[in-house]
Write a protein that binds this ligand. Structure first.
Ligand SMILES: [Zn+2]
Length: 158
C-alpha cells in the first residue's frame, strides 16, 4: 500500500517500527494487515477504559462507544475524537472500503463501515484490529471523576 504525503507527528523508519513492534503488530499496523476474526484480545472486552494506538500511544477509542457487532473484531460506533483518526479510501479487496488510520503516526487500525443497521447512534462500525490497540483500563489512571452532587440531600427534612 502506498503511503500518503501526509506528515505525521510521529514518523519512524521501517527499521525503527520493526524494532519497536513484534512481527504480528508490524504486519497489521505498518502493512495494513488484518488479524483473524474472533482471536483478537479485545473482541469481546467490556472493560471500561480507553483504547490507545499500540504504535504511538494516542488515545483513539473509548469503551463507551464499543458495541457487540458479532463480526469478530472490536467494534466502535465512533472514535474518541474525529481528529484522532484519518480515513483513506481502500480498494485493495476489489470493493470500496474506508481504511482507518491513527492520525498521529499513520498506523493502520482497521476499517469503518456505515449503514449496516446496527442499533448505535451513528450507524457506523469502526472495525478495529485488537492488535492495533492497547487498552488502558479506567482504574489504572487513578483519576476518578468527581462525584456528582446528589440532589435532595441535607435540605430534605420532611
Ligand atoms: Zn498511532
Amino acid at each position: 500500500m502506498e503511503h500518503t504525503d501526509r506528515d505525521y507527528a510521529v514518523t519512524k523508519t521501517d527499521e525503527e517500527w520493526r524494532a519497536q513492534l513484534n512481527p504480528a503488530e508490524y504486519q497489521v499496523l505498518r502493512q495494513a494487515g488484518t488479524e483473524r476474526p474472533y482471536v483478537g484480545e479485545y473482541t469481546d472486552t467490556k472493560t471500561e477504559g480507553v483504547y490507545a494506538c499500540r504504535a504511538c500511544g494516542t488515545e483513539l477509542f473509548t469503551s463507551g462507544t464499543k458495541f457487540d457487532s458479532h463480526c469478530g473484531w472490536p467494534s466502535f460506533y465512533s472514535p474518541l475524537a474525529e481528529d484522532r483518526v484519518e480515513y483513506i479510501e481502500d480498494t485493495t479487496m476489489g470493493m470500496k472500503r474506508v481504511e482507518v488510520r491513527c492520525a498521529n503516526c499513520g498506523s493502520h487500525l482497521g476499517h469503518v463501515f456505515e449503514g449496516e443497521g446496527y442499533d448505535t447512534p451513528t450507524d457506523q462500525r469502526y472495525c478495529i484490529n485488537s492488535i492495533s490497540m492497547t487498552l488502558r483500563p479506567k482504574t489504572a489512571t487513578g483519576t476518578e471523576t468527581t462525584p456528582e452532587a446528589r440532589p435532595g440531600t441535607e435540605t430534605e427534612t420532611a
